[in-house]
Write a protein that binds this ligand. Sequence first.
Ligand SMILES: NC(=O)c1ccc[n+]([C@@H]2O[C@H](COP(=O)([O-])OP(=O)(O)OC[C@H]3O[C@@H](n4cnc5c(N)ncnc54)[C@H](O)[C@@H]3O)[C@@H](O)[C@H]2O)c1
Length: 308
Amino acid sequence: MELADIKQIGVIGGGTMGFGIALNFALAGYPTVLNDISDEILELSMKNIRSALALFIEYEIINQKQSDDAVSRITTTADVNMVASNSDFITEAIFDRSKDKREMFNLLDKLSPPHTIIASNTSHLVLSDFGSDVKRQDKIVLTHYFAPPHIVPGVEVGKGPKTSDETFDIVYKLMKKTRRIPIRLQTEEPGYLINRLQTVLFKEAARLWAQGMASAEDIELGIISTFGFRMPHEGPFKHYDLAGIWKWPEDIRFPPPDPTNEIDKKISKHLKERKTWFVNPEKFDEAVEKRDREFIRRYKALYMSKED
Ligand SMILES: NC(=O)c1ccc[n+]([C@@H]2O[C@H](COP(=O)([O-])OP(=O)(O)OC[C@H]3O[C@@H](n4cnc5c(N)ncnc54)[C@H](O)[C@@H]3O)[C@@H](O)[C@H]2O)c1
């Protein structure tokens, strides 16, 4: 099977995520069937799709014809069989309850043609658990979008224990074709990659707020105006490189590694060798200037109005 064999998309669940995922596929040219438990919910999904398209038109991302074409590619049905029997790729975006996901995966496995790839948009459940009864173990996959999925570009693409490389590769290409940015996950853990990172930040922010260190407003402001400001350009690894932390004396570099822990040992080795992740140390000054130019452009756009 190849990417070109994916002609028809199915989306199960037309809520906050499902309508945007269906819209994303339709905008990329795919006939898409959207399913939910009632026609009333599906009417609301279509209303949300039209509102999202109106904003895209307003911001000149698309024109009226592209919007009309996208709408014409989406059909809705409360009959899951209609989706399962006709789709080459199905993603579910129903409630994040293991039991519900298991039932849905088993149903889709039973009703879909053997070649159909079945994906989940789960935020923290793992395929090795709720997908364990599915016969087509090689054709189940994670495609984890982020709200609002028709705008936020990143999508985690993850494997179950027996997902084939072929499936993974097709889905990776499918995400690219639909103008998303696929993030490949090599192992499976509850919360996968991005939500694990987000959760650490949220938990610590909530703890410091509850402890009274700062108000919620100041915590938000602090994040948005500091590392949040930098984030469109750099994540933690590129920041480590560009801030020159790799050049610091060993005893003040962070994170402080625990010498007895195998994972920490790996980090420790990297730090000890003064390795960078992204920036060539010989072109450090160049990289810093490039960063600064981007930061100044953003600073100007965000913090300096014409009146200033
Ligand atoms: N909301 C987010 O920010 C977000 C972000 C990433 C991933 N997710 C994940 O996406 C999934 C959906 O989340 P959501 O926020 O869109 O939820 P939601 O409650 O807005 O929508 C879920 C929809 O699924 C429908 N549904 C439930 N059972 C169904 C069934 N058996 N058949 C067909 N439709 C069914 C519901 O009627 C509802 O419309 C969850 O797994 C969630 O963890 C959510």
